[in-house]
Design a protein around this ligand. Sequence first.
Ligand code: MEV
Length: 298
Amino acid sequence: MRLPARGRAGGKVILLGEHAVVYGYPALAGGLPTGLEVELAPGAGPTVRSEAIDLAGDPRPLGALEEAAALTGIDAAGIEARVRTELPVGRGLGSSAALVVALLRACAAAAGRRLAPEEEVALGRRLEARFHGTPSGIDPAAAALGGCLRFVRGDPPQIAPITPGAPLPLVLAFGEASRRTATAVAGVRERWQRDRSACEALFERIGEVVTRGVLALRRGDLPALGACFDENQTLLERLGVSTPEIERLVAVARAGGALGAKLTGGGGGGAVVAVAADAPALAAALERAGARTLRVTL
Ligand code: MEV
C-alpha cells in the first residue's frame, strides 16, 4: 500500500431539479471548484479526523472509509484519514458527496491506481447511501465529474455534460444550517406516499423547468435561466422543502439585482443560489442582510 495517499473532490451546486431527481426527473447541477481533501496516513486506525467537521458520534465517515478501502482493495486497518475542507458543511453544497469521492480517490491512490469516472460515479453513489438513504446519485456525479451536467438517475445514470453558452456567475448565500439531506428526502417521500398525484404534478413541472433551464444555459441566456430558478423555487416551496429564512434570502437576492434565486440541495435551511448580473453588488446586498456568501462562476 502506498501511504501517504491523497484524494480531492469538489462540492456541487444543484442549479435546478433537486428532490424531483430522486423520482427519475432530470436535474441540472454544477461542480464547484471549492472542495475537500482526504489524506490517508499510517496511524492507529481505521479512523477519520477533521479539524473542520465535528465527527464525534457520527459513524458515517468511518463506515465510508472502510467501504471505500474494501472497494478499492486496500486494508483499512492502521489507516488514519485526515479531512481538510473548504466547503461549508451542512449547507447543501455536497460536502458528503465530496467526502466519499475524495475517500475513493485517496484509497485508489493508496492501491496504486486511478478509478475511471464511471466507477467514481457508481461507487460514490453507493457510499453516499450511508449519508442519505435513497440518493439519486447526482451529488457524487457532480463532485466526481465537475462542470455542468444534466442528470437522470438510473443504473447507470444518464449524464450529459452541458457547456454554458456564456460564463454563469452565481452567488451562494448561507443563513441557517440545513436539515440533514436524509431528513429532507424522507420528508418528501412521506408527502409523496400521502399524496402521489400532487407530488408527481410538482415533479413534472420541475422537470419541465429543468428542460427549459438546460436550453437557456446552453444559449448563455442568463435572464431566462434566472426565471427558471424563480419558478423552481416556487415549486420547491409548494413541495414543502423551503423555509422562511430561505425565502428571506431569496427576496434579498432578487431585490439586490439577482436574475433569479432559489434554495439549493435538500432544503429545510442551507444555501440559496442566485444567478448574478453583478456578482459583487449582489454578494454585498446578501452580506448586508447577514448572510455569508460564496461567489463562483461556472
Ligand atoms: C441533494 O443535494 C439533492 C436531492 O435531490 C437528493 C438527491 O438527489 O440525492 C435533495
